[in-house]
Ligand binder design. Sequence first.
Ligand code: C2E
Ligand code: CA
Ligand code: CA
Ligand code: CA
Length: 271
Amino acid sequence: AKRAGRGRFRVFEDGMDAALRDRRELEIDLRRALALKQFSLHYQPFIDLQTERTIGFEALIRWDHPVRGRVTPADFIPLAEETGLISKIGEWVLRTACATATTWPDEMSVAVNVSPVQFKSDNLIETIVSALAHSGLPAHRLEIEITEGALLEDTSNVLKTLHALRDLGIRISMDDFGTGYSSLSYLQKFPFNKIKIDRSFVQGADEGGDNEAILKAIAGLGLSLGMAITAEGVETPEQLARIRGEQCTHVQGYFTGRPMPADGIATFLQA
Ligand code: C2E
Ligand code: CA
Ligand code: CA
Ligand code: CA
């Protein structure tokens, strides 16, 4: 009975360890991923609703692991943030995205996601300036996307960073607006050029009701403050028709273009 008990205990203990061990192994793999060139960027077009033209692409990171297969950002960005690896990864994203954008038509921008951890780091501006200088991309063709997590606490430092970016001519987007802690007062307090309305409101607006009211309110306030409004996650012609009626200025979603590798962009733009 004693042995069986020990056996059971070990199984139980192994079960507890498994999650930790998985995380530890993922971290080890993540540490090596940059050097092993396992990251790539995909680019998703965003479209100006007035002219119906593609005016830029958002860079979205992909991790192709030889054994795990493709690991989605949702499964490794949080770990990268917890371990501090996000700084190096974020720097690689900025450099790669800026360099790639120089191969696009002059009027097209590249939007880069900057994690709250990276946004608060001391060398963010330096990293961005260096990525622009190395690539030769003009600052006005770079958009930085931040989520509200970057805005919490330490308002004066946040404002300093946002103004430094704007002084350089870089545009700033508030990503995923309407989720999490975001408050309408952020739109007044911080100098954004663009608000990206989270897809939950865009997709939910199909049925009318609360989501539609929220979409209207955000778009109305943003526009009155002089900001562009992107509707995220538009997947159907019905959703596109609806957001046209809601004063959105830009659209981004599977319906107008899925994320694609850099070498697919020329073909996409010709179509
Ligand atoms: P996000 O910044 O909100 O990016 C948009 C996400 O929605 C992307 O997922 C995109 O593929 C997906 N998407 C676009 N259109 C549609 C649509 O019509 N329907 C649906 N269902 N989804 C759509 P992805 O690429 O998996 O990225 C997830 C999140 O990971 C991003 O959300 C962003 O927060 C983060 N992320 C991605 N790349 C980077 C990066 O380079 N750096 C940082 N810090 N975060 C990144
Ligand atoms: Ca984004
Ligand atoms: Ca978003
Ligand atoms: Ca998101």
